[in-house]
Design a protein around this ligand. Sequence first.
Ligand code: NAD
Length: 260
Amino acid sequence: MIQGKSVVVTGSTSGIGLGIARKFAAAGAKVMLNGFGDAHEIETIRYELAEKFGVDVAYSPADVTRPDEISAMIETADRQHGGVDILVNNAGVQHTAKTQDFPPEKWDLVLATNLTAAFHATRLVLPQMLERDWGRIINTASAHGLVASAEKSAYVAAKHGMVGLTKVVALETAKTGVTCNAICPGWVLTPLVMQQIEARAEKNGTSVAEEKEKLLAEKQPSGEFVTVEQLGDLTLFLCSEGAAQIRGQAIAMDGAWTAQ
Ligand code: NAD
């Protein structure tokens, strides 16, 4: 199913996106990486994936807050990989502050990166997916797409918005071979979460290890972080024939966070 397919994973130079991209490369897909970071490190990742799995791996430096750059990324995938069969809208940023203190420019950045970018990438790939009558759009939402936490107004709004966008696209494609779903991870130990843990340790005068445990104890009953490999496997499953009638769902993988 995945062998030879062309996949674009936004925000795949690190964390969950990289975990998902790795699973696709291992399954024989042509992968377009995207995201920020050190150019040498990104090239090392690109080369390592291509060599290890014998697939074509490209990289787009597109800033997904810029629709013109998203468009250029999709055009590169069309040219280099013959189209886009699978789109994973995964790029994301976080900012925490009470709503009355939330800097408006941070609100705009979180919404642009975590929500509006998914709209643009989706509208740009849908025509070709519908023409081929096959496609998969997978949006990395969050447990925060289903429930809220304090001090995350922009992130929670963006992730709830992403779940809404997912449902609309799924309805509009319901009679076709294109599906659209969201995955909703709980805590995953990536740079995005490490920043929050380190900030909490500094604020509370505690250790990073203590704050990791507290973070899980507050929200995630399993007491364990979700891994990028587990999320990669879920994403691959959503691309399989077995998942063809999973449409418009927000699938939580969150150690029972949202079961509470
Ligand atoms: P991360 O910081 O490791 O990765 C974020 C990726 O997005 C990086 O590759 C980064 O370069 C890229 N990115 C950021 N801004 C971008 C922009 N403007 N244009 C292009 N790329 C950009 O974080 P992560 O934890 O792997 O997060 C990935 C996704 O998973 C995000 O959407 C996040 O909201 C979501 N998520 C994370 C967790 C978690 O616990 N880590 C939980 C639920 C959802």
